[in-house]
Design a protein. Structure first.
Length: 45
């Protein structure tokens, strides 16, 4: 019973860490995306 409770806590903590990490990556991508789009347009030309 105790193991199941610990497992739930660990899984929840891991999900929170992953979610925060994904949010940070999204913010970084948004900051870099204009440069990436410009690079893509230059390449397409």
């Amino acid at each position: 019973m105790l193991f199941g409770f610990v497992e739930i806590v660990v899984v929840t903590a891991l999900q929170l860490v992953v979610f925060q990490h994904l949010e940070e990556e999204d913010e970084e991508e948004e900051e870099c995306s204009p440069y990436r789009e410009e690079g893509g347009n230059l390449r397409s030309i």
